[in-house]
Design a protein around this ligand. Structure first.
Ligand code: ZN
Length: 872
């Protein structure tokens, strides 16, 4: 990265003050894409803008800039690899830049993928936050919206797409040139292009509104040709129509982007991206094996999240990246809300409670946590903030706000916000003003304690029971302070000062009736201050008291000792999956915080999970059990528990209903568990060679690859068998899985070969690099990372400098050297922890984003060591 690749808030704010962008024309010549030796493509871009100052710059990351003219006159080139400086500006200007940009293999910019199955080449773009400049010269900041006309020349037989509909097509020999309608004013990070022999399914959505207006939108669902068998386009179209119905009704602002294409693409770095009119999704949503209901629900959720962005983010956009949460919290919340209200997946809040909020809790406990409303000084910091706070905590907090102001006020405020700020840029206060007006409530103090402070409130019940188990009193104690308070943030709260967050929540009381836990009472209350009495609960018989039942608020919720005992023995008997999710989540947080000994958790999970009726909760519970054993258990106990885990999974798998989600979930968990214990080798081998397979279980190719990788990690698969597996599945997925399995083999030579490839082979794609990292760190816990610790710390600064942000992050995060607690050592004496701390001490000047990853990984390690130590 050159010095000027990073963009600071200060300089972008200054640029927005001095220029205003009008129309931009972007001509792309992508005819070279099918030639694997062609590294670059030609782009010509013309931007009209007004200026009040003398100079500015255009962002561009190109192989070379061919020619620049400003107002018709050639400009002397002084291109530094990231910026084209312009001086001598007039009031009205037109800059024309011709350049050669590079086809990406990292998923950043214009990604090129050639399918090993059929030789087809596919292109798509991904820009957020600042990679539009890898495709075309641009003023790369969200508040310089332009009306962009894309003109794309590509092989004539290809599908050629952008966010707007095609308006003109010409053909010359084998190439078509397609001109798209100009976009409405749009930020650069959500412009998009895709081209290739994509498979396409068409549909429409239409509405006749009560006010007599109507609207019809063309829908498209696309994927690469070799994935057609795994695309359920009908389901995607149905969800799309359900979502558009919902948003059309609730947002009262007609869908503003003309058409709605959704495209599934390979080697994608994130789940999906909200480019208006051309939403990109990772192909991971297309499953070659069984698609469980939870997986389909996951797609529904993401689809609704992206659709919410068509309004929230695309129509009204944050002024700068410190407002990232504005769009992401809202979209994340809508993903769940609309999925629950408008689709068949009505129980989606259970997933939010159990899985999504873990993303927030984990992040909020790190030393790098930040208020939801964060200060983002530059681009590198912005890239790091696509995190659990911005998405999951933000969504959980908005969910609490919806409970606080009421649902109808929440939507009324949103409608007001779209009406007032359409095609503009906003800040937090703009949204709060609209919500205040709609609810009639002053949200100043709510906003201060929820949005402008960091950290999690801890809610602990203080329970008194009579001899017969009847509650005599219930008090909820709130502990909350801002972990960043001692920072020099100026106006923030004092260190250790109590942050009084109000919580609207439900307290559930559960009594054992035989073997079943039944909810006997639920009290919706407001928790404020450090102590809240719940007098309503007195006199009830409660073997389990569950604060935040129904999961309305964001807090770590503890269980009293009796309730913990009850939960560990009976949680699976609770009727409501959402309540079970809240209980499991509470138990898991308590393990992570060393409040609940890991051995009690593992015993409880081994006993209760086989009775968990919901396949999605079962999958999450099994993931946590696996982590409890592999990260938090003392080393001396792991071997036994791994064996017990495999035995439990094997028994449950053979007992599961034929051809059920539950069966698939158990089989996947068994395969994963086997990567770290020889105990599973025989049973997984039986699945793989077909000699012992439960009735109705389809050992599909992706389950096969999981099994092969697990056996490889146990050194129980031959090179020939690995090669045969690849021969049977020589696809992109197969090649990636083969790479992973190869790197999973435990021999020193296999690890050395994987290391060499990861650090030296810069032609690896993002997916291939991830696969190698995943394999290298098997068997679980990553003992190999320990052997390479010196190399790691000697290399990370170079990786950061030489690789793109995505690729460097994969390496620095994935290869972080972990180590377990050695008997007799204190956690703080662990060599792996000391090595990380030493690097941090010796590299105060390292890029902040790199330091952030190392600080976070160090903290995860410290937490694991502490839990291991507390287990004795
Ligand atoms: Zn989003």
């Amino acid at each position: 990265m050159t010095a000027t690749t990073n963009l600071t808030h200060a300089e972008c704010a200054e640029r927005a003050r001095t220029i205003a962008v009008g129309e931009q024309r972007v001509e792309l010549d992508l005819r070279s894409a099918t030639d694997p030796t062609a590294r670059t493509f030609r782009v010509v871009s013309t931007i009209a803008f007004t200026a009040t100052g003398e100079e500015t710059w255009v962002d561009l990351i190109a192989d070379q800039v061919v020619k620049v003219t400003l107002n018709g006159a050639p400009v002397d080139l002084s291109y530094d690899g990231a910026r084209v400086p312009l001086t001598g500006l007039a009031r009205d200007n037109e800059v024309r830049i011709e350049a050669d940009c590079v086809y990406s293999r990292s998923g950043e910019g214009l990604h090129r993928f050639t399918d090993p199955q059929d030789g087809n080449t596919y292109l798509y773009t991904h820009f957020e936050p600042t990679d539009a400049r890898r495709l075309y010269p641009v003023f790369e900041q969200p508040d310089l919206k332009a009306e962009v006309t894309f003109v794309v020349t590509a092989p004539a037989e290809w599908v050629i797409l952008s966010g707007q509909p095609e308006v003109e097509r010409t053909q010359e020999r084998d190439a078509a040139t397609v001109t798209f309608a100009p976009t409405p004013p749009l930020s650069s990070y959500i412009t998009a292009v895709a081209a290739g022999p994509y498979h396409r399914v068409d549909g429409t959505w239409s509405t006749e509104r009560a006010d007599g207006t109507s609207q019809e939108i063309a829908l498209g669902v696309l994927c690469r040709a070799s994935m057609v068998d795994y695309l359920d386009a009908d389901e995607v179209l149905r969800l799309t129509r359900q979502g558009l119905d919902f948003f059309d009704e609730h947002f009262n602002y007609p869908y503003p982007w003309g058409k709605y294409d959704q495209i599934f693409v390979p080697e994608y770095n994130i789940g999906a991206m909200e480019n208006p009119g051309l939403v990109t999704f990772t192909e991971q949503y297309l499953h070659r094996g069984r698609t469980t209901r939870a997986q389909r629900q996951g797609l529904a959720n993401t689809l609704m999240h992206e659709m919410a962005h068509m309004w929230f983010g695309d129509l009204v956009t944050m002024r700068w990246w410190d407002g990232l949460w504005l769009k992401e919290s809202f979209a994340d919340l809508m993903g769940y809300h609309v999925t629950a209200e408008a689709t068949e997946y009505t129980d989606t809040w259970t997933r939010f409670a159990m899985d999504r909020k873990q993303f927030a809790y984990r992040q909020d406990q790190l030393p790098t946590t930040h208020p939801i409303v964060a200060v983002i000084d530059d681009m590198e910091a912005a890239r790091q903030n696509f995190d659990g706070i911005t998405y999951a905590k933000g969504a959980a907090t908005l969910k609490q706000l919806m409970a606080y102001v009421g649902r109808s006020a929440f939507f009324a405020g949103s409608r007001d916000y779209f009406g007032r700020h359409a095609f503009g840029n906003t800040e937090v206060s703009d949204l709060m003003e609209c919500l205040e007006a709609a609810s009639g409530r002053d949200l100043t103090s709510w906003s201060r304690v929820w949005l402008e402070t960091a950290g999690i409130s801890e809610l602990t019940p203080v329970v008194e029971r009579a001899e017969d188990g009847t509650l005599t009193s219930l008090l909820i104690r709130q502990r909350a302070s801002d972990p960043l308070a001692s920072d020099a943030r100026g106006e923030g709260p004092a260190a250790g000062a109590f942050i009084d967050r109000p919580h609207r929540l439900v307290v559930g009381c559960y009594a054992l009736e035989g073997d079943r836990l039944s909810r006997v009472a639920a009290h919706e209350i407001d928790v404020t201050g450090q102590q809240t009495q719940v007098p309503q609960a007195a006199g009830e018989h409660a073997d389990l008291v569950l604060i935040n039942d129904d999961d309305l608020t964001y807090a770590t919720v503890r269980l009293d000792p009796v309730s913990t005992e009850t939960a560990l023995a009976h949680v699976s008997s609770i009727e409501s999956p959402l309540s079970r999710g809240v209980v499991w989540s509470s138990l898991w947080n308590s393990v992570r915080d060393s409040e609940l000994p890991v051995d009690r958790y593992v015993r409880g999970a081994l006993q209760q999970l086989p009775d968990e009726a919901d396949a999605a909760l079962l999958a999450s519970g099994l993931t946590n059990l696996h982590s409890a054993i592999e990260s938090f258990a003392p080393v001396a106990r792991r071997s036994d528990w791994r064996g017990e885990q495999v035995a439990m999974l094997r028994d449950a798998l053979w007992a599961a209903e034929a051809d059920s989600d539950r069966q698939a979930v158990l089989a996947r968990a068994l395969v994963r568990a086997t990567a770290s214990t020889a105990e599973g080798v025989e049973v997984v081998g039986g699945l793989l060679d077909g000699t012992s397979v439960p009735d109705g279980l389809v050992v599909d190719q992706d389950l096969r690859w999981g099994a092969v990788a697990a056996l490889a990690a146990q050194d129980a698969v031959s090179d020939d068998a690995l090669a045969a597996e690849l021969a049977a599945d020589d696809t992109m997925t197969g090649r990636t899985a083969h790479l992973r399995a190869t790197a999973a083999r435990p021999s020193a030579s296999a690890k050395a070969a994987a290391w060499e490839a990861m650090v030296a082979d810069e032609s690896l794609t993002n997916d291939h690099l991830r696969a190698l990292v995943a394999g290298f760190t098997e068997p679980s816990g990553g003992p190999a990372t320990q052997s390479y610790a010196d190399d790691y710390y000697a290399s990370i600064s170079n990786w950061w400098q030489q690789r793109s942000m995505v690729m460097a992050s994969i390496l620095v995060t994935g290869l972080f050297p972990r180590g377990d607690l050695v008997a007799g050592n204190q956690p703080d004496e662990a060599p792996s922890l000391l090595a990380a701390q030493t690097w941090l001490e010796q590299h105060p000047e390292a890029p902040k984003a790199l330091r952030r990853i190392v600080i976070e990984q160090t903290d995860h390690l410290r937490r694991a060591l502490r839990v291991q130590a507390s287990a004795g």
